[in-house]
Design a protein around this ligand. Structure first.
Ligand code: ADP
Ligand code: ZN
Length: 522
């Protein structure tokens, strides 16, 4: 029997699973060979098993570094439930429990020890572990070591040192989310130069998940339209703020949907109750911040929506990845708007972080915006972000709707001219009103009815102008001015467009909206 066969037998006997999931066998095989391993596998693919199973098959201790205490607890409970000797050391553990854990470490009974990097670096912890004997180190959420990743944790930088202190043990690094640059960075930071690390990148493709994006128009109504024929299904709607989570849950409830809120600001009891309801009942819509979902194991989540644009592509991928883990068709809807884009840009600008970090976050935001505004197949764009080539999926909104870009230079010039002529201090809504020629109180007060650009765009509805303006913003032709009130200014690129030195492609006008049933609250 090979060691991999042994592992497969343990998978069946201890965990009760039929066989490996795609990708697991290769990684586990390499781990059992004693190699250093770097595995990039999507969320839900069963990464944890790649250290859990080797820890069972071998006799030694595996130290698992993980950034989140809550997840460690869950993992320990799960392992103990399967009859595997596992424990965690962290600051929230009572002294007696901790003594018991150390006893098991010294008597070599423990198989898996979960620790945070901070805990590992504390007072003599590594020395004690080394003398007890550690077989290998598993680094979960390994992207935390890289500034290029989306969740950098400075403590992760100490892991290489920790590995040395533990006796240069075999190391396994795992992550679900890493683009090519981040991947190289992780490998360089975790693995000693010259000790060949075996890297496995498992496909990120989740063909059963259908991707749909839509520009925000009336988000609540767009979401309700999406939910209407899905009443028996369970799903998650991610919102960018706690307030929005609660508002949306209230509105959906008032409109007859079975919605529950979840965010870190709710008291523990409510949170647990809502989570349990979501896990146990069908047809529950969880409106939540991104705090919801980590470590949640519900295979039949049928849809995931984003009421606001996700922060970055990694986050987006992780969040939609909570749908359709059973392999059956699942749907997504991602809403995005100019408000999200400008808010995110402002947040990044205002963050007190080194410039290097700021550049990384900007780059990630731009990638997310490109995914929203893109014209190529969503799946293709998404996979290419993770370095995978693929064919058009034929099922996403763009494959089905077949957006072809058209020249929008003249429209862009109208908007840019209105921005300049109104003094580069008004927001998107106002600028579009001026171009469309809306005779509003504010327009009259500012005397903008006399402008040459007033009403040059009367042929298009205001919504169409907003869509074009959003694309100008996404393309970097307009930016927010520094006053912080959402006023727009023209950038250098915008100037090039205004004076005809550069052209810009935009999406054609969206289709006019279908009439909505009356009497619904929005
Ligand atoms: P990831 O860390 O990649 O997001 P997990 O390691 O949390 O995923 O695994 C997700 C779920 O899949 C867990 O409940 C795990 O027990 C289960 N799982 C892992 N391997 C297998 C397998 N070979 N067959 C069936 N289920 C598995
Ligand atoms: Zn497609």
């Amino acid at each position: 029997m090979t060691r991999l066969d042994e592992a497969r037998a343990a998978l069946r006997k201890t965990f009760g699973y039929d066989d490996f999931r795609p990708g697991q066998d290769e990684v586990i095989g390499a781990v059992l060979d004693g190699s250093d391993v770097f595995a990039v596998m999507p969320t839900g693919s069963g990464k944890s098993m790649t250290y859990q199973l080797p820890a069972l098959v071998d006799d030694g201790l595996t130290v698992v570094i993980s950034p989140l205490i809550a997840l460690m607890h869950d993992q320990v409970q799960q392992m103990v439930g399967f009859g595997v000797e596992a424990a965690t050391l962290n600051s929230t553990i009572a002294e007696t429990a901790s003594r018991e854990t150390w006893r098991k470490i010294r008597s070599r009974d423990l198989r898996l020890l979960f620790v945070s990097p901070e805990r590992l670096l504390m007072d003599g912890c590594m020395e004690a572990l080394r003398s007890a004997g550690v077989q290998r180190l598993a680094v979960d959420e390994a992207h935390c070591v890289s500034q290029w990743g989306h969740d950098f944790r400075p403590e992760y930088r100490e892991i290489a040192r920790a590995r040395e202190a533990l006796g240069n043990v075999q190391t396994l690094a795992l992550t679900a989310t890493a683009d090519a640059a981040t991947r190289t960075d992780i490998a360089e930071r975790l693995f000693p130069a010259g000790r060949g690390v075996r890297t496995f990148v498992h496909s990120f493709d989740r063909p059963n998940i259908r991707l749909t994006f839509a520009a925000k128009d009336n988000p609540t109504r767009q979401l309700e339209r999406f939910l209407r024929n899905r009443r028996a299904e369970s799903g998650i709607i991610y919102c960018s703020s706690r307030k929005r989570v609660e508002q949306l849950a209230d509105t959906l409830k008032a409109d007859g949907f079975n919605a529950l809120p979840y965010h870190a600001g709710l008291d523990q009891g409510t949170r647990m109750r809502n989570q349990d309801t979501f896990l146990q009942e069908d047809g529950v819509v969880m409106t939540a911040t991104v705090a919801f979902g980590m470590g949640i194991n519900k295979p039949d989540v049928r849809f995931v929506c984003h009421a606001d644009m996700p922060t970055n592509v990694e986050g987006y991928y992780q969040e939609i990845g909570r749908a359709g883990r059973d392999g059956l068709p699942a749907d997504t809807l991602t809403l995005y708007g100019l408000d999200d884009m400008s808010l995110r840009r402002r947040q990044i600008d205002e963050k007190e972080v080194p410039d290097e970090r700021r550049r990384v976050e900007r780059r990630k935001l731009e990638a997310m915006i490109s995914l929203c505004e893109g014209a190529a197949c969503r799946r293709q764009s998404l996979l290419s972000y993770f370095g995978e080539a693929s064919e058009p999926c034929g099922r996403c909104d763009l494959c089905r709707g077949g957006v072809s870009l058209i020249d929008g230079t003249v429209e862009a010039q109208k908007l840019l001219s209105a921005i300049v002529r109104t003094g580069q201090r008004f927001g998107a809504a106002y600028v579009c009103d001026v171009v469309h020629g809306k005779d509003s109180e504010q327009v009259r007060r500012n005397g903008h009815g006399q402008l040459k650009t007033f009403g040059v765009g009367a042929d298009k509805p205001v919504a169409a102008w907003r869509a074009i303006l959003r694309q100008l913003f996404a393309a970097g032709a307009v930016a927010e001015n520094a006053d912080g009130f959402g006023g727009l200014t023209m950038t250098e690129k915008g100037e090039a467009i205004l004076f005809g030195r550069e052209a810009i492609q935009v999406r054609p006008d969206p289709e006019p909206r279908k009439a909505e049933p009356r009497g619904r609250r929005t």
